[in-house]
Design a protein around this ligand. Structure first.
Ligand SMILES: Cc1cc2nc3c(=O)[nH]c(=O)nc-3n(C[C@H](O)[C@H](O)[C@H](O)COP(=O)(O)O)c2cc1C
Length: 142
C-alpha cells in the first residue's frame, strides 16, 4: 500500500547550508532503507516536503520529522493512497524555492509568492509536479 504525504512547515531559524546538508544527509541514509522517495523544498524560512512510500514507513518518518526542532508549525496539506509514485527518482530531491520562476508561482497561487499554508494541497502538489520537470531539482537517486 503506497501513500503520499505532503506537508509544509516553518524553519525555526533562518536556514543555513549546514542544517540543510545535515537533513539531506539523514535522508540519504535513512530513506532508501525505508523505501521512501520524495522532494524537499526549502527557502529561508519554509519547508515543503512530499514523502512517498509504504503507509507504515511514511507515517513513521513523518512522526519523526514532526518532532524535529529545526522546524515548527508543521501542517499536513495532503495525504492520499496512490497507485504509483510521482517522485520515485529521488531518495530526497531538493529544490531551492528562491530559484523558482515567479510566473510558475503565479500559475498556482494568488500571488507570485509561495504560501502553502493558504493554498490547497492539490495546487502545491501541481507546482511540485512542474518542478520535477525542471532542472531545479537536484539529488536524483542512483
Ligand atoms: C524539514 C525536515 C525534513 C526532514 N526529512 C527527512 C527525511 O526525509 N528523512 C530522514 O531520515 N530524516 C529527515 N529529517 C530529519 C529527521 O527529523 C530526523 O532528524 C532524522 O531522521 C534522525 O536521523 P538520525 O537518527 O540518523 O540522526 C527531516 C528534518 C526536517 C526538519
Amino acid at each position: 500500500m503506497l501513500v503520499r504525504l505532503l506537508y509544509a512547515s516553518r524553519a525555526t531559524a533562518p536556514l543555513i547550508a549546514s542544517v540543510q546538508e545535515s537533513i539531506l544527509e539523514q535522508s540519504r541514509i535513512h530513506n532508501p532503507k525505508a523505501g521512501i522517495t520524495g522532494l524537499l523544498c526549502f527557502s529561508d524560512d519554509l519547508f515543503i516536503q512530499v514523502l512517498e512510500g509504504g503507509r507504515d514507513e511514511v507515517c513513521e518518518l513523518y512522526n519523526t520529522i514532526v518532532r524535529d526542532s529545526r522546524h515548527g508549525h508543521v501542517r499536513i496539506l495532503s495525504f492520499e493512497e496512490i497507485r504509483e509514485r510521482r517522485f520515485g527518482n529521488w531518495t530526497m530531491g531538493q529544490v531551492n524555492l528562491a530559484k523558482v520562476n515567479p510566473a510558475l508561482l503565479l500559475k498556482y497561487g494568488e500571488r507570485a509568492e509561495l504560501n502553502p499554508f493558504a493554498g490547497s494541497g492539490q495546487a502545491t502538489l501541481a507546482l511540485l509536479d512542474e518542478l520535477i520537470a525542471t532542472a531545479l531539482v537536484v539529488g536524483r537517486a542512483g
